[in-house]
Design a protein around this ligand. Structure first.
Ligand SMILES: [Zn+2]
Ligand SMILES: [Zn+2]
Length: 287
């Protein structure tokens, strides 16, 4: 285990306040799971075949509802980011919608796909709005299909390095308390829909190298550690048991670890062509 010293960095205060504001937003309305709903057996079969739920039951999102969420996020961005021009980004978003005119089914597909092609602030707002729907989608799906809740506990039929609910790559990891003080399971966390699932503790989730991953800690840091891969040079930020906070803010709260990793020559999610980081990457708020 390599130990590093704290890099001279704190998250930009505006960015942290913005993510806290996003975390405090109410769950959006104006969406539903596509009908007809499959039964538990069909969902289990699909997962066993390595297909995330979203391919079987996509979300259906009303454009008017989605734009209302984008407007609220634009107000938050304008309030918290120095020079953050929420008005201009909102104008860009509305123009994008007027050009594409997605219906509710098409918008649901866009929310799942992510990677919005727009100027940076508009792309940030669109991704954050998409995540709000995906978090609501994951919560509803877990309420309807109990086997999805088991995945969050690291059990069940899914062991791939992509999210079993929305199909995104892992954004963060989380260690669980082991029994009798030993090492517990490592869950991967989805930065888009908030789902968690078990994955081999010492393997790399980006190139699937069997490992063991390197573990890098920052002296005195009880919150999180880095898992690094020699094979693909990727890194994953991993929360320790009991790390406080909210999944929406964890990524920005642990920016110091990105600096440590990049200083050691590692890249988020492995090689640029690796599947790990897109579109799960938390976009840096522009400005
Ligand atoms: Zn997900
Ligand atoms: Zn790797």
């Amino acid at each position: 285990m390599a130990e590093q010293t704290w890099p001279p960095v704190a998250p930009p205060p505006g960015a942290l306040a913005l993510y806290r504001g996003i975390a405090a937003e109410p769950a959006p309305n104006g969406w539903r799971l596509a009908a007809p709903l499959p039964d538990q057996v069909a969902v289990a079969d699909r997962l066993r075949a390595g297909r995330p739920l979203v391919q079987l039951v996509p979300p259906v999102v009303r454009p008017a509802s989605f734009l209302a969420v984008v407007r609220r996020l634009a107000r938050l961005a304008a309030a918290h980011l120095p020079g953050g021009d929420g008005g201009k980004a909102l104008g860009g978003t509305l123009a994008l919608f007027q050009a594409a005119r997605p219906d509710s089914l098409a918008l649901g597909r866009l929310v799942v796909k992510g990677g919005w092609e727009a100027e940076p602030t508009a792309a940030f707002l669109l991704e954050q709005a998409s995540r709000a729907y995906l978090r609501a989608y994951a919560a509803e799906a877990e309420a309807r299909f109990p086997l999805l809740r088991q995945l969050r506990e690291g059990a069940g039929v899914w062991s791939l390095p992509v999210c079993p609910i929305c199909g995104a790559g892992p954004g963060l990891g989380r260690l669980e308390e082991g029994s009798r003080g030993g090492a517990g399971r490592r869950l991967l966390l989805c930065q888009r829909c908030g789902a968690g699932w078990g994955f081999a503790r010492f393997a790399c989730p980006f190139c699937r190298d069997a490992g063991p991953v390197g573990v890098v800690t920052v002296g005195g840091d009880a919150i999180a550690e880095l898992h690094t891969c020699k094979a693909c040079r990727g890194y994953l930020k991993v929360l320790r048991p009991g790390a406080p906070g909210n999944p929406v803010t964890w990524d920005v709260e642990t920016l110091y670890l990105d600096l440590v990793a990049e200083g050691m020559g590692f890249r988020p999610g492995g090689s640029p062509a690796g599947p790990g980081r897109q579109p799960s990457e938390t976009p840096a708020p522009p400005g």
